[in-house]
Ligand binder design. Sequence first.
Ligand SMILES: [Zn+2]
Length: 669
Amino acid sequence: MTQPQRHLVTCALPYANGPLHIGHIAGCFLPSDIYVRHLRSMGKDVLFVCGTDEHGVPITLKAANEGITPQDVVDKNYDIIKRSLEEWGVKFDNFSRTTRPIHHETASDFFRTLYDKNVFSEQVTEQFYDEKADQFLADRYITGECPNCGFAEAYGDQCENCGTTLSPKELINPKSALTGNVPVKKETRNWFLPLDKLQSEFLNDWVATKKEVWKPHVFGQCMSWLNDGLKPRAMTRDLNWGVPVPVEGAEGKVMYVWFDAPIGYISATKEIRDDWKDWWQNPETEMTHFLGKDNIVFHTIIFPAMLHAHGDYNLPTHVPANEFLNLEGQKLSTSRNHAVWLHEYLEDFPGKEDELRYVLTSIMPESKDSDFSWSDFQARVNNELVAIVGNWVNRVMVLSHKFCDGVVPANEDRADYTVIEEVDAVVKRVDALVEKFSFREALTETINIARTGNKYLQDTAPWHAIKEEGGQKRVEEILNVSLQLVARFAKVCEAFLPNTSQKISAMVHLSGAELKAGGPLEKPSLLFEKIEDEQIQNQLDKLEAQASANQDVREKLEPIKPTITFDDFTKLDLRVGTIVEAQKVKKADKLLQLLVDIGLEKRTILSGIAQHFSPEDLIGKQAVVVTNLAPRKMRGVESNGMLLMAENTEGELVFVSPEKEFLPGAIVR
Ligand SMILES: [Zn+2]
């Protein structure tokens, strides 16, 4: 199979609601970077694009939780993600963002084209609506039980437990992620991509051509959706964070995040290349999307359907999705902080970028889920990188300095060239494996070159040969062959271990494929260091501390009180109050005397919060007040009500306040 000359390679856009962990890395960043480095080493024209996906509901939910704007959330995470990828050495041509004007413009044009071609079906439908939050509940604004697997926390667009794509209406016992309320249904107009129609017109035939091209699990997942029969899917949302829908009657609506996100690949190209159409619309360009298995449906069905419906674009050739990586036998989890974060790894293991690449490639979840453990990390680095690769290169360099004055010795008779030919065959195998996205096997073959080199040195034993008749010439031949093998290793490992490749190339002054006799050699420096037990223990302690923190917090929580009736609840008179005066109470170091405006009147309330707040900080603060509590006298002062507070397991106190400044006296229910 001959490879085309021009390649567009995309890596799934990371979602800008947090930093990257090793699961993201093993899922798409590492495989795409290996593939691109390989293509470049073969002299191909490659464009490699990515960027952060900055729209969608989880970002607005996170912003609301943290009391900041969605833009603040994405700005912060874009910087962390971009910096960690750069430091780690992923070579994107462009790492863009979907909040940039170029993306909004590109996504708008794309939507407009489909709209003008009458691709969308316009439907007024009933959507879930949270009356309390005054908002429609799209996608992740709504949670409930998965109809497929019964998972209790499925989202309105997807169950993360079984991977099924869902629509909010399919959830059992849906509730609002904003307020926990049971939502009502309300009519709204949205634009749907008729996937049912696109399936029969296009997807069935197109996907069938991928049977031998895509990995079996990718093709299998895709076929199971097609076999179930696709349904029209709304491409617009009643939200205010996203790319505005550019058609009349769609004011206040934005594009579905999975409509605009893959167009991010196009805008990232457009941003840096005037000839962007050549990369996207010229059929001689081959397109490859790297992604994790949770994104398969979007890259094998929805995005290709959009590209087909548009009409001007190429379709992807390869969609080499990976499965999931686990950590120490458990699912990686951002919310439980059960993860190894890329930016933290780079801090904890400075200069060890290649070690992480090596281990993650060795265990890459190419066709099934796999597990990262710190003890395995240590074993692979120490027993493979240090003991096999590092040791071999070092011995060759030290012997060359000892016996050949630090220059590449001659081997005019091409003695032992069969070993070099053997390794050249391995190099070809590595290339073929990378082109089949079999990175694990390709890496094993690459390390086998070092194994072959070690064995060759052991078998020929230059330290003995030097003592025999004609020993110097023989030793020079052996070291010439050894250095040629080192040079080949440096070249072929570039895709997997770029820093190591660079270090070796500098040591032997490698420019072409072969080393020339007489060329200078630098003094050897160690390529890898052993990972010590202490370093591994530190990482395990970090995970352990996080796990017990999660556990402790839960265990300390008080159990839920017995059920009350709704009538019990409505007996409480709860109102918003504003603190207008605050002072200490004589001889009571815990009490503060507050004057609280509750709209109808001002109340004196005593509160046991003197050790948490100073009186001057409280003026103007709002809180929920229980106003019909029987009066109670303390230290000669009558208290007429109670301020609601929340207390965490550490004993910290915060006021229960309205989300924004509200009129005092407003009823809370
Ligand atoms: Zn499920």
